[in-house]
Design a protein around this ligand. Structure first.
Ligand code: ADP
Ligand code: MG
Length: 330
């Protein structure tokens, strides 16, 4: 449905989108996840034909957004980060204006307006001034305008930003509903949000795509990152011998401790990191070597998000690493 190839955007000499390539299939809800400044809005503005790219290609349903913008744009409805709402108008007046700009007219225009008003549930405020509406309702009006023209893809830039918790739930439910008969792409800097709504997650950091998967598979690829950190009153060889029979121990990273203590970080593919911690405890007890620290740590999607967006594992290394952030010795 959408193909993005080697998309790059410079603002002056600042590289905001760095050689981004991905494909969006029809019928899923995609989440662009990344911290502020990652390049999400820039990417969406380019994909929707609102901003030019420095280089690269965007195809919507087979139409090039730069070469065939009118046909490509017909397939997309876009809610930008700052939707251009006209505060002095009512939602109905505003939707009529947007619908006309999209080339709708007559009975078809009014039929579609009735349909989107119902879809986003703004019937009760349709004749009030937009300036008097709550942020949640304003956001619904913004989504309604994106739906006009019946586009196959709906692109929503940070649709829940600035909303209160109840409004957030309502907008998320609305997006899930839209996902039933549209391809939806939304951006967010909140991990739990894309986990709750999206069936595919694209993690973007520093203008680069650092992960693209289902929430489940992203979480699973983390399981191998469960960790147990321990400190024992023993030397390295003793610690190694005690841990050797535990076949769930996947890796050992030694850590500096004062003598006669030894510190080690165990990585494990075992899901139940607490069960392994219990076995480790028993193994040290059996060997009569005192454990003075034993800290199991379950990796979460939050951890991987932080790691990825800070330029961890899957991101290519920086050409000039800063001195306080040296890579871990492997
Ligand atoms: P996100 O939406 O992920 O927060 P943006 O795409 O808005 O990220 O911005 C990516 C980077 O590009 C940021 O560092 C931002 O400061 C910069 N940027 C965005 N728009 C402009 C602009 N018009 N001129 C210069 N720099 C910009
Ligand atoms: Mg943004």
């Amino acid at each position: 449905m959408i193909k993005v190839e080697h998309l790059t955007k410079y603002y002056g000499d600042f590289l905001a989108v760095d050689d981004l390539s991905f494909e969006i299939q029809e019928g899923q809800v995609y989440g662009f996840l990344g911290p502020n400044g990652a390049g999400k809005s820039t990417t969406m503005n380019i994909m929707t034909g609102c901003l030019s790219a420095t280089s690269g290609k965007v195809e919507i349903g087979g139409y090039d957004i730069f070469e065939d913008p009118q046909k490509a744009k017909k397939l997309i409805g876009y809610l930008p980060e700052q939707p251009p709402l006209y505060m002095n108008e009512t939602p109905l007046e505003y939707l009529e204006f947007v619908g006309q700009a999209k080339g709708l007219k007559g009975e078809e225009l009014h039929r579609q307006i009735r349909q989107v008003v119902e879809q986003v549930r703004i019937g009760n405020v349709a004749n009030r001034r937009i300036s008097a509406l709550s942020k949640g309702y304003k956001q619904r009006v913004g989504i309604a305008q994106a739906l006009l023209g019946n586009p196959r893809v709906i692109i929503l830039d940070e649709p829940t930003v600035g909303l209160d918790p109840l409004q957030i739930i309502e907008i998320r439910d609305l997006i899930k509903e839209l996902g039933k008969d549209h391809t939806v792409i939304l951006s967010s800097h909140i991990l739990s949000e894309v986990q709750a709504i999206c069936s595919r997650i694209l993690i973007i950091a520093h203008g680069k795509l650092v992960a693209f998967d289902t929430p489940d598979r992203l979480e699973q690829s983390l399981l191998s990152q469960n960790q147990i950190t321990l400190t024992a009153k023993a030397d390295r060889e003793e610690v190694r011998a005690i841990l050797k029979p535990l076949d769930q121990v996947a890796g050992l990273d030694w850590e500096e401790r004062e003598k006669p203590f030894t510190g080690v970080r165990i990585t494990t593919g075992q899901k139940d990191v607490y069960a392994l911690a219990a076995q480790v405890f028993s193994a040290f007890a059996d060997a009569r070597k005192p454990l003075v620290e034993l800290t199991p740590k379950k990796a979460s999607l939050e951890d991987i998000f932080i790691e990825l967006t800070e330029g961890g594992e899957m991101a290519p290394p920086d050409p000039a690493p800063s001195p306080e952030k040296e890579a871990d010795p492997q």
